[in-house]
Each structure stands twice: as C-alpha cells, then as structure tokens.
Design a protein around this ligand. Sequence first.
Ligand code: ARG
Length: 475
Amino acid sequence: MMPVDNQSWGGRFTEAPKDAVAAYTQSQSFDRALAGQDIRASKAHARMLGETGILTPEESRAILDGLDHVLAEIQGGGFIWKQDLEDVHMNIEARLTELIGAAGKKLHTGRSRNDQVGLTFRLYVADHLVDWQNRVIELCNVLHRRATRHTQDILPGCTHLQPAQPVSLAHHLLAYAWMFRRDWLRMEDALKRVRVSPLGAAALAGATYPLNPQSVAREVGFAEIYENSLDAVSDRDFVLESLFCASTLMTHLSRLCEEIVLWANPAFGFVKLPDSYATGSSIMPQKKNPDVAELMRGKTGRVYGALTAMLTVMKGLPLAYNRDMQEDKEAFFDADATVRPSLHIMAGMMDELVFCTEKMSEACAAGFLNATELADYLVGKNIPFRDAHHTTGQAVRLAESRGKRLEELSLQELQTLEPRISEDVYTALDYATAVNRRETPGGTGPRAVASQLAHLNDWIYAHRTVKKHKRPLRP
Ligand code: ARG
C-alpha cells in the first residue's frame, strides 16, 4: 500500500480516513475563523525561532513574509480551504509551504498543534472578551444617560413582584448598570487567565530546542506563560470562565428583558416599545409584541448550553490534550454570536424605549406604597417599630375596606387607630417624600442617586478612553 501523503501526519498510515470520518473530525469549516489569531501566534513563534538561532534569520524572515501573504489571501477570499488538511492550522501551514518551500516546513519546529491551538484560541477569546466589554460599556452609557433624566420620576419598587416601596426610575435603571459593570469586571478578571501563553509546551512534555516562550508571549501581548506543559495544552478553564461571564451577562440581559415584557403589558403600561423594536400579530391587529426582549430572554439558554456543554466536555478528560477539546470552538462561537448582538440591540432598545412616567406614578398611588412611610412616621412619634408596623397594617385594612388610599383617610379616621397622628402625616405619606428621604448610601434618594450617577459616569469615562478601540458597534 501507498503511504498517505496528503496528511501532515500521514507517514505511518496506509489508508486515508473514510470521507465520513474526515468530515466528522475536521474543524477547518469553522475554525478558519481563527485564521488571524493563528497567524499572529505563528509569526511570534517564527520570530522567536529566528532570534534563538533555531532557524536562520532568512528562514524566519521568509516565514514571516509568507504568513503575511497567506493572511492577505484569506482576507481577500482567495484562499482555498481543504478538508483533508483538517483544521485552520494545517491549512495555513500547507499553503505557507506551497508559497515559500522548505522553510515553511520548519515553522512547526518545537511546536505541536496542541500548544498552537491553545495560544490561537486564547488570542481569539481575548479579542472577543474585549469586544464584549466595549459593548457592555456602551450599554451602561445608555442606561446612565436615560437614568440622568429620571431622578424625579417614581415607580413602584417590588419584592415578590408585589408593589413594595416607591423608587426613582433612575435608581431602577442604575441597578442594571451595576450588574453590567460587574460583568465587565468579571471579564477583565477572566482576561488575566486567558492571556497566558501555552506555546513552548509542545505536544505535552515541552521541547528539546532552546525555545523562548516568554518572547512569544510578549510578542502576542500576553503577560504570562504556562508553568506546566501538561496543564498548558489541556487547560480550557479560560473557555469555561469566558462562557460563565457570557452566561451571567445574559442572565442580566434576560432579567431586563423580562422587566420590559412586563412593563410593556397594558396592565402595567410603564413603557411603550419603539416600533423598530416590536412586532405585530398576524391575526390580532391591536397587538404590539415585545418579541425582541422575549427572544433575548430565550437566547440566554443557548449561552448556558454552551457553558454546560464545555463543562461536560472537560469533566472526564485525563491529561493532556484530547480531541474532545476541539468542541470548544463551536460552543464559544455560538455564545459569541448571541452575546454580541444582544448587547448591541439592548443598548439600542434602552436608548429608544419610551417611559410612561405618569403611569408609573399612578401605580405607586394604587398599591399602598406609602405604608412604610406611615410606620416610620409613627416611629418618629416615639412608637416602637413593631407597634408602628401593626398600627399601619390596621390603617391599610381600614383604607381597603373604605375603598381609599392611605392618604385619603381623614385625620379622624387615622386617629381612631393612633391618637398621636397629626396633620403632618400627609407630608410623610407623599410618595415623592418617600423617595426623597431615602438618602442612605446606594438608596433611592436624589442625592444618593446623584452620587451613583457620578460614580458610574467616572467608570464609563475611564474605560471608554482606556480601551484600545472605540469602534462603532456592528450588529
Ligand atoms: N483542531 C484541533 C483542536 O481544535 C487542533 C489540535 C489537534 N491536535 C491533535 N493532536 N489532533 O483542538
């Protein structure tokens, strides 16, 4: 039998894989998305091989120029991808060798696809985390802008989805901004562990050449290298963590979506969806459906799916590299394909959402949202809180039985419950007063909210300018 010579590993094989097997094991159809990162990593490796004298300066130079040429072909759409070359790495190397001859075959000196794919994918994941971070900042910026105008508008704050106490709309919106800031910080922290170069670990045990892994790391912009070659080629924590960041972010987006769905229901009527973020019904002409928010809530599951898939892939793997790990690409791609547009669309939707502030304040009046104020008022009259709470409960019962709000009860009615109540109770029962008095740090009072706004603004400003690109959002 003839040796199988169209495979980089074909030397010891006498039969090519069956077509179905080749199609099953290949990854070039999707991991070609990593071409830019693979070439960045290969150039760093080639430069290091030249610097350390493992290759001659001419060989190193030829490889660097050849890789630039391959990248241009890929970007120009002229590159011919071959399934029998399995993955992005072997496709690029084969084309390099076609272009520059023998030197191309030396690129892989001291390297294995195992450490190669590790570095390539780390570069890819890092690039995407930074992109997510920038989109998170854009969303926070929109929330900040909208919040600024609504520090005086109030709506029912809920617990158990039951009206509890009035809060300002600004305060409610800012609650989401802080969730998203934590997502940003989580990504920032994950990036520390993503940006660790495994190149030099080779297949699993390290290499016999005088490699300089630090110089490769430095060249690709990573601060650190691996400590253990076995760990280096089999660690996919960086994918897991990134997918966890994505999952938590989607949880936050989904909660905001749920809020929008509820608020758009005429029973609440707190928001009107912009036409461009809603759809109609094919049968019920009156309908304006919050499909965008629903879909985003629904797509959250896909991202959890990617995280769950990768946790499952990793849990049974012995050291070191195992082919199972090739599954990390599509899981991450799918999560990214959800996270990226979700952030962009949420920013746009929050920018254009119409707040019906009158409906919001009417809802405060309907739900005894000033009951705590009455209790606090009684405490101010030197009545112990537990007794004040009980008396207030009686007041709510009395108001309910007469079809009134608390502030509609007459002074005489209130005094039947507690004689120490006087005329000033009506100021305390005012809903705006309830918000304005809550000035504890992080509270809904206007001064406390103003300091939230300032703090958030400082953070947005610092990170919008520090991050390397402020490129326009693409969908
Ligand atoms: N396509 C592979 C992956 O994504 C590259 C590494 C393959 N290494 C190997 N020894 N088969 O993981």
